[in-house]
Design a binder for this molecule. Sequence first.
Ligand SMILES: NC(=O)c1ccc[n+]([C@@H]2O[C@H](COP(=O)([O-])OP(=O)(O)OC[C@H]3O[C@@H](n4cnc5c(N)ncnc54)[C@H](OP(=O)(O)O)[C@@H]3O)[C@@H](O)[C@H]2O)c1
Length: 270
Amino acid sequence: MRINLIGAGRLGQTLGRLLSQHHTLGEVLTRSTGSAQAAVDFIGQGQPVSNLQDMQDADVWLLAVPDRHIADVAKALSERPGLRPSVVVHGSGAYTSELLAPLQAQGWLTASAHCLLSFAQPELAVTQFKGVVCAIEGDAKALAILTPLMTDVGAQCFEIDAQHKLSYHAAAVWATNFLPVLQHTAEQLWQGVGMPEPMVQQLRTQLLSLAVNNVLTLGPQGALTGPASRGDSTLVQAQGHALTTSDPLVGTAYLALSELAAKMAGQSIR
Ligand SMILES: NC(=O)c1ccc[n+]([C@@H]2O[C@H](COP(=O)([O-])OP(=O)(O)OC[C@H]3O[C@@H](n4cnc5c(N)ncnc54)[C@H](OP(=O)(O)O)[C@@H]3O)[C@@H](O)[C@H]2O)c1
């Protein structure tokens, strides 16, 4: 298959490199010839371009631009004369193939495919990609082409209903993005009560890795400890109040998370 790439940053370069091992990469479009050339150098295949007019037909078009640009790029592609409608897919986790509506209206087969991995660096992501979970949704004919395409490069695909994409992606935020927030908040509180910095750093290694190990060994429910899990509502309220006086947001978050913890443990702290 011939695959064209629009947007070649972290996701685009990673998928470009992986897919080009099985297929032919056509044009690679970014906002500047320099970054398109750098992406092609990393991928090892493809023709760098900085103008949509310089792109030829392809069997699959992968839009790996930031979420906020997907709709504009889809519109521009739909207005580009002379292209053969084919499969077009974007890589957003939260948004659906609905963003590609102008192309769908012209007979393109539209889909979204979200790989559940933090693509921090293409070099690293290529090595981490095997077995990655990939949520796909869209036109059934597009999915029939997309599923083997992604499976061949190591993804595990599952079909998601478009209406669930926001929740699905929010779950990924819970699982990955909030962990640093929790750690940062705890460290700020320890620093605020005068704990020596080496101890704060020691706790980062010790407590955090033990907590992760416990979740991996016992599951989230088995690993849960703390006042909310014991149903100690007096202590939870007192701590929430103490935190609120210095930072209302931290206090509110503490009480909300404590309620979730109590619910997990089958306790009530109301
Ligand atoms: N990064 C992740 O961990 C991750 C994980 C899963 C899914 N995704 C999804 O992957 C998609 C891309 O994210 P990313 O992190 O790879 O972004 P990124 O690293 O910022 O790369 C974006 C790329 O899009 C290009 N671009 C931006 N606007 C464009 C336009 N109008 N026309 C053509 N190219 C344009 C940029 O060009 P320049 O190089 O010239 O700036 C750059 O090559 C998003 O939908 C995101 O939700 C990301």
